[in-house]
Design a protein around this ligand. Structure first.
Ligand code: T5A
Ligand code: NA
Length: 209
């Protein structure tokens, strides 16, 4: 039976080390000769992505619903690319995805169900690695940056919504990783959890949610 690539998403609070870890995972996959592609949301390079970038840097203001829909549209722009890569046998690693979309908008006060609806039927990750870190530990990593959501109170609320999301998903597809440890320890755990998924999957691509 022919297999497809696995869709692996890395999620977490700001400064949890997502970008550091997706890059480490990509290196390990390449060293094993496994075909992989790294994606990131928001993808700030598209026209929609540029609107998101401007909002995050507080250079523009948007209604909470409007920015939520732009984040979702930014994922839909790449949905068919993700599907084609997976079908061609490429492992797709993604730095944030729809879970961030729900977590940040729900933390602002929009309802959970409303937040989920625009992402319904996007390709679902086969594995989500949630990098969990306390807001205090995140702050100690050189402090939060200048962007809109990088405030401790916001990060606390976001963490609560991520907890709710994880409680509603099955344990095999959502794995919480203690990201407060040193870089190599976190990378080793991510690798041991991801490795079985990189051998190719024979089940069809799943859909959110
Ligand atoms: N957002 C996103 C929404 O509201 N809706 C959505 O739908 C989506 C997709 C931008 C914002 O958009 C929001 C969420 C965000 O607020 P972004 O572009 O992903 O999202 O944000 P970035 O600023 O690029 O990334 P983060 O701030 O989230 O940081 P990372 O990627 O988690 O952390 P990283 O790897 O850059 O590391 C941060 C620092 O910590 C060090 C690193 O060297 C770096 O200095 N570090 C460690 N230090 C000690 N121990 C470790 N284990 C370390 N790992 C990393
Ligand atoms: Na990042």
């Amino acid at each position: 039976m022919s297999t497809r690539g696995a869709f692996i998403v890395v999620e977490g609070l700001d400064r949890a080390g997502k970008t550091t870890q997706v890059s480490a995972l990509q290196t390990r996959l390449e060293n094993e000769g496994i075909l992989c592609k790294l994606l990131k949301f928001p993808d700030r390079t598209t026209a929609i992505g540029q609107m998101i970038d401007s909002y995050l840097r507080s250079q523009s203001e948007l209604d909470d619903r409007a920015i939520h829909l732009l984040f979702s549209a930014n994922r839909w722009e790449l949905a068919s690319t993700i599907e084609k890569l997976l079908a061609a046998g490429t492992t797709v690693i993604c730095d944030r995805y729809a879970f961030s979309g729900v977590a940040f908008s729900a933390a602002k006060g929009l309802t959970f169900e409303w937040c989920r609806s625009p992402d319904v039927s996007l390709p679902a990750p086969d594995l989500t690695l949630f990098l969990d870190i306390t807001p205090e530990a995140a702050r100690s990593r050189g402090g939060y940056g200048e962007e809109r959501y990088e405030k401790e109170e916001m990060q606390r609320k976001v963490r609560e919504v991520f907890r709710r999301i994880s409680s509603e998903l099955d344990e095999a597809s959502w794995v919480t990783i203690d990201a407060g440890r040193d870089l190599d320890t976190v990378a080793d755990e991510i690798w041991s959890v991801s490795r079985p998924f990189t051998k190719g999957l024979s089940i069809p691509i799943q859909r959110l949610w």
